[in-house]
Design a protein around this ligand. Sequence first.
Ligand code: LLP
Length: 427
Amino acid sequence: MTDNNIEIKERRMKFAGHDVTDLADRYGTPLYLMDEARIRENCRRYTDCLDIMPEGSMILYAGKACCFKDMYRIITEEGMGADVVSSGELFTALSAGFDPSKLFFHGNGKTDTDLECAVNEGIGYIVCDNEDELYALSAVASYCRKTQKILLRLTPGIDPHTHKKIRTGGIDSKFGSLICDGTAERLAVAASHMDGVELCGFHCHIGSQIFDAQPFVDAAEIMSEFCAGLYRNHGIKTKILDLGGGFGVPYTDSDPELDVRSTVRSIVDEVKRRFGDVALPAIMLEPGRSIVADAGMTLYTAGSTKSIPGYKNYVSVDGGMTDNPRYALYGSKYRVFLANRAGEKADFRCDVVGRCCESGDIIQPDVLLPEPKRGDLIAVCTTGAYNYSMASNYNRIPRPPVVMLKGGKPTLAVRRETVDDLTALDM
Ligand code: LLP
C-alpha cells in the first residue's frame, strides 16, 4: 500500500508529518484527521488523465465520500467538478463558493424541493434517475421558467463483484433506467422533446470499491453502444458520458491496488471503439473514495479492556459505529495501531469495539496490538471516505471534529459537536 503519510519512529506515530499524540492532546478524541497533500495527490492521479480523455472531459469529486466546506476549496483548486446527492450537499458546496455550473445532482429520491432548489441555484446538470423524476423535473423547471441541462442515469446491467450493498449497476438495481428493455431509449427520445429540460447525455455508476478494470470497460461498452445507436436511430447526440466512480482503495496490505491511468485508458479506448464514426462525448468520472480514503485517519482513546478467558479480549474506544459504521454495515477491514506505543510488540489479540449499546458496534475484530491501557491512543487508518459523511448521533454521541493537516499546520475544518448542538433542535 502507499502508506508514505504514516511514519512510526521511536514508539511515536506520525500522520502527514504530524505527531498524532500531540494532535490528540490538542483537539481531543475521537478525532478525524485529513491529509491535504494526499487528497491533492489523489485528485491529480485523475486530473493527470485528462490528456488521454476527449475534449471537455472533467473529473467530478463524489462529495458523499466526505463532505464539508473545506473539501470544496481543495476540489476547486484542483480544477475539478463535483457530484452532489441532496440539497444538503448542494448547499455545502455552494456555501464554500463552489461553481454551480460544475455540479452534477445525483440520487434516486430527489424531492421536488431538491429539484427546485437545484434549478434555481443554476446547477450545471441534474442526473435524472428514472421516468417519474424526468417528468417531475420537466414540470419544476417549466414552472421556474428555466431550461435545465440533464443527463439520464442508465442501468447497464453489470455485476462488478463487490459487496452487495454497494453494487448499483445490476438490472434489479433501485438506480437508473434499464437499457436492455428499451426504457432508456424511450426516455431519451421523450426527454429530447420535453419542455424545461435539455438532454446532454447519460450516466451510469456500477458500484463502489471495484479493483478490476474490466467491469468499468464493460459499462463503457454498453453505454457507448447505446449512445451511438441513439444517434444513428434518432439523431440524438451524447455530449456527456458520465461513467461514475467506484475505483477501489486498499485498506489492508492484502488488498490490491487499481492503476488509475491504465484503467482510464482502457475506458477511453472502449468508448472510442464503440462510438466509431459518431462524435465523441466528453467523459466524466466521479471518484469519491479514492480521493479521500487514504487521506484520513481516526484517533480514539482506549477505555476499558476486558478479557473473557477462553473466548476473547475487548478494547473499548471513545467512538464507534457513530463515527465509523463501515464494519457494522459491510464488514470492512481496517488497520489499527496503538499510536502512543507504536513499535511495541503487538501480541494482544482483541476486538476494538465502540461505545454504543449494540453488540454489532465493532470498529475492527481480531486485531493485534500491544495490550492497551486505559488512556492509550488508538489509530485507525484509511478512514477518510464514508466515515465522517456516514457519522450519526446514535446514543446521542456528538460527532468528532475534522482537522485538516496542511503542510506544517493543522486547521480545524469541522468543529466538534457539543451536547448543546445535540439538543439544539429539541423543542
Ligand atoms: N457516483 C455515484 C453516482 C455514486 O453513487 C457513488 C457512490 C460515487 C460516484 C462514488 O463512488 P466511490 O468512488 O466513492 O466508490 N458507503 C459505502 C459506499 C457507497 C457508495 C455510494 N455511491 C462504503 O462505505 O463503502
